[in-house]
Write a protein that binds this ligand. Structure first.
Ligand code: COA
Length: 271
């Protein structure tokens, strides 16, 4: 699925990446372009796992071996392979060579090759699904959640949602509660991940309007809602995904998202 939120975009003032030709010949990322991929673990064949592991760094392989549960290890491998594959697709070079620094609250940032725009990437993983989003220069965050998870939604919302969001959740039909809760949750997480603060940012200091996907801040000095673009997808029956991108002129933003081409992943791993 590809999606370009909002109206037709004007010509981007972008520094294109040479390896990044998209379906219509345009680069897939740049200051005005965001590319997101997801990977459902059900779509990965038994023979694919060793291939995916060849995309990871030694440090990631070591970390992957430390997970207690196979499902946590698998989704970690999928997410990090996806991240490296998207970076290579858009900016070239071997997937294993990408290096990251870690910011104060744990956000990894790409060490960009000299002379290229600053690449900005974020990953998310949940039961059965991994996702990655990539752009240049601008803050970006992504979050995916598993819809089947058991959650005491209203009690949790009481602690972390803004009053208006709690009201929307309270008004939702019983069958819609978990999806409504996770829709807010993915948007909120995407935002706190985009600004790099993670859960150190109080989640009830801002709220979303689910119809417009607009954000609002209790303290208007904190951040400017007009600079934020949000989008959301349903990568499969059991998952929700949300994206947050900061951009000085949202009208120029082009966002494309969809399942990773598995053949590309396999070819990359085999090369
Ligand atoms: C970031 C955070 C919101 C992730 O939430 P989550 O829903 O459990 O996890 P997701 O799967 O969506 O995202 C995890 C990925 O986000 C990235 N990430 C980690 N910290 C991040 C941050 N502060 N901002 C953005 N992205 C972050 C990492 O790539 C991580 O994957 P990895 O651990 O496999 O490398 C949460 O773990 C958090 O708030 N951490 C902050 C902890 C902190 O403040 N630590 C300070 C000392 S380092």
């Amino acid at each position: 699925m590809n999606e370009t939120p909002e109206s037709e975009r004007t010509a981007p003032q972008d520094a294109p990446f040479s390896h990044a030709a998209g379906p219509n010949g345009k680069p897939e990322i740049g200051r005005d372009r965001v590319s997101a991929w997801w990977l459902r673990l059900d779509d990965i064949g038994a023979g694919d796992w060793p291939l995916l592991e060849t995309l990871l760094s030694d440090g990631e392989l070591t970390r992957a071996q430390r997970f207690h549960f196979d499902r946590d290890r698998d989704v970690y491998i999928a997410a990090h392979a996806l991240c490296r594959a998207l970076l290579t697709r858009c900016a070239g070079g071997p997937p294993r060579d990408w290096r990251f620094t870690v910011e104060d609250h744990g956000k990894p940032e790409v060490v960009a090759p000299a002379g290229t725009p600053r690449l900005r990437v974020n990953i998310s993983h949940t039961r059965g699904l991994a996702a990655v989003a990539l752009t240049a220069e601008n803050d970006i965050g992504i979050d995916v959640e598993w819809l089947q998870r058991e959650a005491a939604t209203e009690q949790l919302a009481e602690r972390v949602f803004a009053p208006r969001e709690r009201q929307v959740l309270a008004d939702a039909a019983e069958a819609q509660k978990i999806e409504t809760f996770l829709t807010f949750w993915t948007l909120k997480e995407a935002y706190v991940k985009a600004i790099g603060k993670g859960l150190s940012q109080p989640l009830d200091a801002f709220h979303f309007d689910l119809k417009t996907l607009a954000i609002a801040f209790d303290d208007p000095e904190v951040d400017d809602p007009a600079t934020w673009q949000f989008a959301r997808w349903r990568p499969g029956p059991d998952h929700l995904m949300a994206l947050a991108v900061r951009h000085p002129d949202r009208a120029r933003l082009e966002i494309s998202a969809g399942p990773v081409p598995l053949d590309y992943l396999r070819a990359l791993a085999g090369s």
